[in-house]
Design a protein. Structure first.
Ligand SMILES: Nc1nc2c(ncn2[C@@H]2O[C@H](COP(=O)(O)OP(=O)(O)OP(=O)(O)O)[C@@H](O)[C@H]2O)c(=O)[nH]1
Length: 349
């Protein structure tokens, strides 16, 4: 399995990106619905003479128009989600409390759990849903009193049970959706053969490591490892054997490296390791150690031994302006230098 620390970095970067994009879409849709609803009910209530409700509804519609361009651009989507959700909750309470409003307006309270769960996630969404539903019930109780006849009891019971059902269902749905999304994202950034991260996030993670190295004034090194004559293993022992070799190498790297290091399968039989707080000499020593361990792997398929070696290019960031591509190119050149000189060696520069 992939190291937990590495897995969570990988997941969280993408998770935030996707979660925000989804919430932004829900929020924009909600602004449009609220704007149209505000105009419609504002006009209706104005004509019915319920001025207080009409003013709230027109104000909310105006707020949506102002908020829309900000929500499209903002990076603080959770702040805007709260800025829209809280007035929604209060408006529902106010509308339920208004003496002139029909008792059916309580139905709007049932929208709240779905809206809050989708906008704010299941934890905050659940907490706010419970508060907003209890609030709406308290207001309704204050306005209408306890249900007295069987019709009223049935009506109230229906509303409460429906509210509970929507609350539970939206929570369960949101939890399942979050999990499915995490699984999908994990698969998208992971090489399923070795369980190592693939190259998808390599640039983003390098940027984070580089920033930290510069801030802490620590060295940052990188190594690129390519297995030698790997094609022969596939050709002589079959593709499954080749796959097994790749898994063994991935295991070896995971076990040997520090948790702060990051290992990627860049493709084929090529692996990349990023090592924070590691100088060129230290990285070269580590690469030499890895080379020796790979050479010492006693791989056998159908009683035939399958010797394995690797060529490793090592480099260190030497200036703040050096990009990931620059380092990778240098490590790649070092690795090819090893290949050209008979393989099974390390070169650092
Ligand atoms: N089994 C298996 N083989 C793979 C996988 N990915 C790439 N390969 C094989 O790895 C081999 C790489 O071959 P080459 O690029 O010629 O490299 P090499 O044989 O290691 O030779 P040198 O790098 O020059 O030492 C190819 O045969 C690919 O099919 C994989 O996921 N599983």
């Amino acid at each position: 399995m992939i190291e937990p620390a590495q897995k969570s970095t990988t997941e969280s970067l993408l998770a935030v990106h996707h979660r925000d994009r989804q919430r932004r879409q829900v929020l924009l849709a909600l602004l449009v619905i609220t704007f149209l609803g505000g105009l419609f009910f504002g006009t209706l209530n104005w004509m019915r003479g319920i001025v207080a409700a009409a003013v709230i509804e027109f104000a909310f519609a105006a707020f949506c128009v102002v908020a829309y361009p900000f929500v499209r651009r903002t990076r603080r989507i959770h702040v805007w989600a709260l800025a829209v959700a809280l007035p929604w909750i209060v408006s529902v309470w106010v509308v339920v409390a208004l003496p002139a409003a029909a008792s059916s307006v309580f139905i709007w309270a049932l929208v709240l759990p779905i809206l809050l769960m989708f906008l704010l996630g299941r934890r905050i969404g659940l907490g706010l849903s419970v508060v907003s539903l209890l609030g709406a019930m308290a207001v309704a109780l204050h306005r209408f009193g306890l249900p007295r006849n069987p019709d009223q009891i049935a009506y109230t019971a229906n509303l409460i049970i429906a509210a509970l059902a929507i609350l539970v269902l939206s929570y369960v749905y949101e939890r399942a959706r979050e999990k499915a999304e995490l699984d999908l994202r994990y698969l998208a950034v992971t090489d399923t053969l070795t369980d190592l991260p693939n190259r998808t996030l390599v640039y983003e993670n390098f940027a984070g490591m580089k920033a930290l190295a510069l801030r802490q004034d620590k060295p940052l090194s990188l190594l690129l490892m390519d297995l030698d004559h790997f094609k022969q293993i596939n050709d002589q022992h079959g593709h499954d054997a080749g796959d097994q070799v790749l898994r063994e190498v991935a295991d070896l790297l995971r076990k040997r490296l520090r948790r702060s290091d990051q290992v990627y399968r860049m493709g084929g039989e090529e692996f990349l390791v990023m090592m924070p707080d590691t100088s060129l000499d230290q990285a070269a020593a580590l690469a030499e150690n890895l080379r020796g361990r790979i050479e010492a792997l006693d791989l056998r398929f159908n009683d035939q031994s399958a010797p394995l070696t690797a060529s490793i290019g090592v480099t260190q960031m030497t200036a703040p302006e050096e990009s990931f591509d620059t380092l990778l190119r240098r490590a790649d050149q070092n690795m090819y230098w090893c290949k050209a000189r008979g393989r099974n060696r390390v070169r650092a520069s």
